[in-house]
Design a binder for this molecule. Structure first.
Ligand code: BEZ
Ligand code: FE
Length: 284
């Protein structure tokens, strides 16, 4: 018997019964809820439902508790739009294969360091993916080339990375599916503030999946999946200096953003057993 699953089920049932009693939930409402859950399953939208109920972020936070110490780069959810095997790119890296005339060019750069002593991590892998200037990911948009705005790169000998991209726009989740309809019904919007996803890996350090948010996005304080963390906000600076433009090989003003990632030395031994222990959840 799975005691942990038994304990979690009992607590979920207790909370459900409290809600039923508080709102005097009707049989019609129960039937609608069950029909909705059936539709979510048929549309394979359970991961999305978990996201909009803010469950995915909560689970990520307790799973990657070591990355929430304020010293290392905070973890965040992967989301459903990650693709394995993104192209491996070498400097000068450009992850955007079709730049629209309206797109704002963006150069993101920084360093990957150890959160313990700040030492630079050479040859760390950054796996990056993002939506375009219209808020569309390439795998949901027939107008973008395969793997557009995705790429893997290595940090240099000083732990530095840089890539060229475009400023992403906010992304609307669940368009046309049962979860999107549900959000509309309860008066919630389905927008995620513009962001860039990263997976970082380096031997001897905890790998981190996270995302950086574009400051001043209209949804920065109201993400549909509740994933924004203040330490993960990217500040953009506009550059219109003709010399800088020439140096960068661009013909219009562009944006730059700097962000340093801090990886935590691998969680081992006692700390890892704490990570996996049922006591950790039970004690919360
Ligand atoms: C995203 O980050 O792209 C995303 C996250 C959750 C649901 C849908 C999309
Ligand atoms: Fe995303």
């Amino acid at each position: 018997m799975n005691e942990r699953l038994n304990a979690i089920t009992s607590r979920v049932m207790e909370h459900l019964h409290d809600v039923i009693a508080e709102f005097k939930v009707t049989e019609d409402e129960l039937r609608s809820a069950l029909d909705f859950l059936t539709a979510v399953g048929k549309s394979e939208e359970y991961p999305l439902l978990s996201d909009v109920l803010l469950v995915s972020v909560a689970v990520d936070n307790v799973t990657h508790w070591a990355e929430q110490d304020g010293n290392s780069t905070a973890s965040n959810v992967e989301g459903p739009l990650y693709r394995d095997e993104a192209p491996i790119l070498i400097a000068p890296v450009n992850i955007c294969s079709v730049e629209g005339a309206e797109d704002d060019i963006l150069f993101v750069s920084g360093q990957v360091v150890s959160s313990e002593d700040g030492s630079p991590l050479a040859n760390a892998v950054l796996d990056v993916w993002q939506a375009n200037g219209e808020g569309d990911y390439e795998n949901e948009d027939p107008n973008q080339p395969d793997y557009n705005l995705r790429g893997r790169m290595l940090t240099d000998e000083n732990g530095r990375y840089e890539f060229r991209s475009v400023v992403p726009a906010a992304y609307e989740i669940g368009k046309g599916g049962p979860v999107g309809e549900f959000l509309k019904t309860i008066g919630r919007h389905a927008w995620r503030p513009a962001h860039i996803h990263f997976k970082l890996a380096q031997e001897g350090f905890n790998s981190v999946t996270t995302m950086l948010f574009i400051e001043d996005d209209p949804y920065i304080d109201d993400d549909a999946i509740g994933a924004v963390k203040s330490s993960l906000i990217l500040q953009l600076e506009k550059c219109a200096d003709p010399d800088e433009m020439a140096k960068r090989g661009v013909e219009r003003p562009f944006y730059t953003a700097e962000y340093d990632f801090k990886l935590r030395p691998e969680t081992t031994g006692e700390a890892r057993s704490k990570e996996n222990s049922t006591d950790f959840v039970a004690s919360k």
